[in-house]
Design a protein around this ligand. Structure first.
Ligand code: T5A
Length: 220
């Protein structure tokens, strides 16, 4: 038995967490067993590394060292949660995965692609997404949303970067979606959360055959 692996990617505040939750609710309403998870994190070991990375403690070590930490967290997450869930026939919905490393550490951080290839092979092996939803909004909208949600909390290691950085992140995600159209679906995430959820459910139905969409009224 083999499940399906769906990842959500995009810049800060594009609505990945909101839509991961909405998609999981939608698939459960269709009678599917769903595991909702996120990166960095998802297992106790990976959540501990999340704290180290997002606090900025590893930033002075440089993007390559941060890539090593993301890969270590991912290896634990894949082995401890994702691979067993897929083997049990479940649908895994994951907020960020390998494309985030390729964008933040690779395209923007300029970490060597061959190092990232090696780390990806070590951390995920053959566990690859069946479908990647790339959520796209202009960075100023995404950052404003993230700031509203954080309501006064300090920006994390990546949120505090400047406008050029977030524009480069957006461009790199668009390039990844264009380079792998069979795996990736580009979603205009500037609409309201209900409309984005409906667009995602349509894509999941057409690409993976996982049910037709009915408005659940779940709210953002
Ligand atoms: N990272 C991660 C790397 O550098 N390399 C890696 O390999 C990995 C895995 C993770 C950081 O780590 C970096 C990338 C990131 O910078 P995080 O805390 O997980 O940090 O941050 P993000 O993934 O960026 O999550 P955010 O919480 O910032 O954004 P989301 O999940 O995209 O947005 P969400 O759903 O939380 O929504 C934000 C706010 O907007 C509202 C929501 O209600 C919420 O208040 N909202 C909408 N408002 C209007 N219209 C809509 N359609 C809306 N959808 C959501």
């Amino acid at each position: 038995m083999s499940g399906r692996f769906i990842t959500l990617e995009g810049g800060e505040g594009t609505g990945k967490s909101t839509q991961a939750r909405r998609l999981a609710q939608h698939l459960r309403a269709l009678g599917r067993e769903v595991v909702e998870t996120r990166e960095p994190g998802g297992t106790p070991g990976a959540e501990a590394l999340r704290h180290v990375i997002l606090s900025g403690a590893a930033e002075p070590l440089g993007p390559a060292a941060e890539a090593l930490l993301f890969a270590a967290a991912r290896a634990d997450h894949v082995a401890g949660l994702i691979a067993p869930a897929l083997a049990a026939g479940k649908i895994v919905v994951c907020d960020r995965f390998i494309d985030s490393t390729r964008v933040y550490q690779g395209a923007v951080g300029a970490v060597d692609a061959s190092l990232l290839d090696s780390l990806e092979g070590l951390s995920v092996g053959t566990v690859r997404p069946d479908l990647t939803l790339v959520l796209d909004v202009p960075p100023e909208i995404g950052l404003a949303r993230a700031a509203r949600r954080a309501a006064g909390a300090a920006a994390d290691r990546f949120e505090k970067e400047g406008g050029d950085y977030h524009a480069a992140v957006r461009a790199a995600f668009l390039a990844r979606a264009a380079a792998e159209p069979e795996r990736c679906a580009l979603i205009d995430a500037s609409a309201d959360a209900d409309a984005v959820a409906a667009a995602i459910a349509d894509v999941v139905a057409s690409r993976l055959g996982l049910g037709a969409y009915e408005i659940s009224g779940a709210g953002a």
